[in-house]
Design a protein around this ligand. Structure first.
Ligand code: ZN
Ligand code: ZN
Ligand code: ZN
Length: 389
């Protein structure tokens, strides 16, 4: 976690205290703060690219006015209204306010996003979830004198930059710019670095803050969609904290410990934060740039010998790696000319030493317990060590 660093001022800012403003970016007080409003690429609209590595193309749908909740509609109704939309392969409910419609192809998903007559007639808005096509990383030690707009225009990278957000820290009632900046790339992977003229900033994974509901004080959902009862963040009983009759009897909703429900002292909250960080780290293993800097690998032919006791690997990690590998690999092969791809493919399939070196490399990355970031160089170094000399 970014200790002591606030989340970038997005519209989904996490409530920090029950008495905080919960309605958005809340940049208040002090001069020059316009420089630190999130800066987005002008006229940017999320659409799926034809080179997308996605295997399914998700579109989230919500009501525009929030009254007639789409997530509570019957499947019969949803099947009916989507029956004339081309390319839909599945519809799923996410919550009362949101459903996801899945398309098999990028262009049918994009067509639907631009189908204003359908969306307007049902009073709906549709969008691609950011995680499908964008990846956010952070860079550190960026002088607070440089505005987001200036960073946007000056920074260059192997992937297109679509948003720059300065992390802000609340000091009293003022938001102060920190030296940490989040950069969102139009890519499913993070680049290793971004360039500011000659200077190269290393890009780190961005771990979004843990979401805590300010109604029930459980995690990973917003009060807007909370089905729980209003709880008191002080004594944990069923009332609003401002009406607490026993403000001296502090008892956490989640662990019954002597701290506020929002406190970072809560062991349950701490565990959630750590789990979240680990999940991101594993995801970055799975999403490492194997498909960019490495030759395409044949998926099914990696001979993971299940009886080989010498290899121990966390199953989830290994599964993630294999899944990601298969996804990325398939795409890489598809995007290359057939002869070139199959040539590399056969070279690898026929070389069991190379395959075993790859397996050992993946296992070592999966079993890694320290915090060093998993970069392409890091992966290459391990692979080179594992390859027969
Ligand atoms: Zn809740
Ligand atoms: Zn209370
Ligand atoms: Zn607690």
């Amino acid at each position: 976690m970014e200790e002591g660093v606030d989340s970038p001022p997005t519209s989904k800012k996490r409530p920090r205290r029950p008495d905080d403003h919960q309605n958005g970016s809340g940049l208040g007080g002090g001069g020059g703060e316009k420089d630190f409003l999130p800066y987005f690429k002008p006229n940017y609209k999320r659409l799926y690219s034809e080179n997308s590595i996605n295997t399914e193309f998700k579109v989230f749908i919500e009501n525009k006015n929030g009254q007639d909740k789409i997530g509570n509609k019957s499947p019969v109704y949803l099947n009916h209204i989507f029956s004339n939309i081309k390319g839909v392969v599945a519809i799923r409910r996410i919550n009362a306010n949101k459903i996801v419609v899945i398309f098999k192809q990028h262009n049918t998903a994009n067509n639907f996003l631009n189908n204003n007559s359908f969306l307007e007639s049902h009073d709906l808005k549709a969008y691609i979830p950011a995680a499908q096509i964008e990846k956010t990383g952070i860079i550190r030690f960026v002088p607070a004198t440089i505005s987001n707009k200036e960073l946007f225009s000056k920074l260059t990278s192997t992937f297109e930059i679509i948003a720059v957000r300065r992390f802000m820290k609340k000091v009293g009632h003022e938001l102060i710019a920190t030296q940490t900046v989040s950069i969102t790339f139009l890519s499913n992977f993070l680049p290793e670095s971004v360039q500011y003229d000659l200077f190269s900033y290393r890009v780190f994974d961005y771990v979004p803050p843990l979401q805590q509901c300010y109604k029930c004080f459980k995690f990973n959902h917003h009060a807007k969609i909370c089905n729980g009862k209003q709880r008191c963040s002080i004594c944990s009983q069923e009332h609003f904290y401002k009406e607490c009759p026993k403000p001296n009897e502090i008892c956490c909703v989640n662990c019954s410990g002597p701290h506020l429900a929002i406190s970072k002292l809560c062991p349950i909250k701490m565990k959630k934060i750590v789990d979240k960080k680990n999940k991101i780290t594993y995801a970055s293993v799975a999403n490492s740039k194997l498909n960019i800097d490495f030759p395409p690998l044949p998926v099914c032919s990696i001979p993971v010998n299940k009886n080989d006791n010498t290899i121990t690997v966390n199953n989830t990690v290994s599964k993630n790696i294999n899944n990601s590998l298969s996804k990325n690999v398939n795409k890489s092969i598809i995007s290359k000319p057939v002869s070139q791809a199959s040539n590399i493919k056969s070279q690898i399939i026929e070389n069991s030493e190379v395959l075993m070196a790859l397996v050992h490399t993946l296992v070592q990355i999966g079993n890694k317990t320290d915090d060093t970031p998993i970069t392409t160089t890091f992966i290459k170094d391990i692979l080179i060590k594992n390859l027969p000399s």
